[in-house]
Design a protein around this ligand. Structure first.
Ligand SMILES: C[S@@+](CC[C@H](N)C(=O)[O-])C[C@H]1O[C@@H](n2cnc3c(N)ncnc32)[C@H](O)[C@@H]1O
Length: 289
């Protein structure tokens, strides 16, 4: 009996710590600094370049993978989308490539970033496609329930409703909060058979992230970075076939024009000599058709 009580107390303490951690992440991502850091004009040349090149190549392959099993117009969801830079870039690219889009949704738990994403879409997307894109407040840990509530549908309606789901630099938070398996299982339910998920996030083996260098991080849990194998585990456990697991990308998001140019030039050499130390981990996975 006392053992049972002890484990309940430990579980309760863990929940309180996790809630506290999630609240501190939410405060960070609702701040004016976050809006500047994740908006097109102020985010840095690096991330704008990546969305049109290195990340675009990953998205193109994922789109081709989706289209191998369906030629219907695409339904795309980005979770933890911030101010929507990736989703807006991807939708513009679909339009340039002449690939039909049924609808694209962005989701994030930060109200400030969702409001900014909505403005970015109306600024940067061409008429005719911008009405097909919308952004909603939703937490990664309850993605389908929150998204369904945001678009006035039932969570059951959203089962199998997406062809492509992406999450860029957000899945590490699921690991930090201990809900990566639930989040991957939810993504699995949201995708149609043959649908594809793309996860891009920080590589724990890249030695020069600022938080590592400065040693300013207060709690180990709040700054935890999964290894590539750890990023893969929840997707495999959910039933996905892993089609790509790799490291890539040598350009910091915040890089200015000159640093972006230097990093671009060095990328082929760094890929050939130190690929596992690159800045990002990449997992692409497919729901069996
Ligand atoms: C590093 S930013 C990346 C933003 C965007 N994906 C990009 O690449 O520009 C991390 C994002 O994850 C979101 N996020 C973190 N924890 C979340 C959670 N539990 N639920 C939903 N979004 C979350 C943050 O609000 C933030 O927008």
């Amino acid at each position: 009996m006392s053992c049972l009580n002890d484990s309940l107390i430990v579980r309760r303490m863990q929940m309180v710590t996790t809630e506290g951690m999630n609240k501190s992440f939410l405060d960070e991502y609702n701040s004016p600094e976050a809006v500047l850091k994740y908006s097109t004009k102020t985010a840095g040349q690096g991330v704008n370049y990546l969305i049109q090149h290195d990340y675009a190549r990953v998205y193109d392959q994922a789109i081709d993978g989706c289209r191998a099993t369906s030629d219907l117009p695409l339904r795309v969801l980005e979770f933890g989308c911030g101010a929507g830079m990736n989703l807006v870039g991807l939708v513009s690219r679909l339009q340039r490539r002449g690939i039909p889009l049924e609808r694209a949704w962005g989701a994030d738990f930060s109200v400030s970033l969702i409001e900014t994403a909505t403005k970015e879409a109306s600024t940067f997307l061409a008429a005719g496609i911008r009405d097909k894109v919308s952004f909603h407040v939703a937490r990664n840990e309850s993605l389908s329930a929150d998204l369904a509530a945001g678009i006035d549908r039932s969570a059951e309606d959203l089962r199998g409703a997406f062809d492509l789901i992406l999450g860029v630099n957000t899945f590490r938070y699921c690991h930090r909060l201990g809900n990566a398996a639930d989040c991957a299982a939810d993504i699995y339910r949201l995708l149609r058979p043959g649908g594809v998920v793309v996860m891009i996030d920080m590589n724990d083996r890249f030695p020069l992230f600022r938080s590592h260098l400065k040693g300013t991080v207060e709690s180990h849990e709040e700054a935890y970075l999964p290894s590539l194998e750890e990023y893969v585990v929840p997707f495999e456990a959910a039933g996905f076939e892993i089609t790509t697991k790799d490291h890539f990308c040598w350009i910091p998001h915040s890089a200015g024009r000159a640093l972006t140019g230097i990093c671009r030039t060095l990328t082929p050499i760094l890929n050939a000599t130190a690929r596992s130390r690159a800045m990002r981990s990449l997992v692409v996975a497919r729901k069996p058709a």
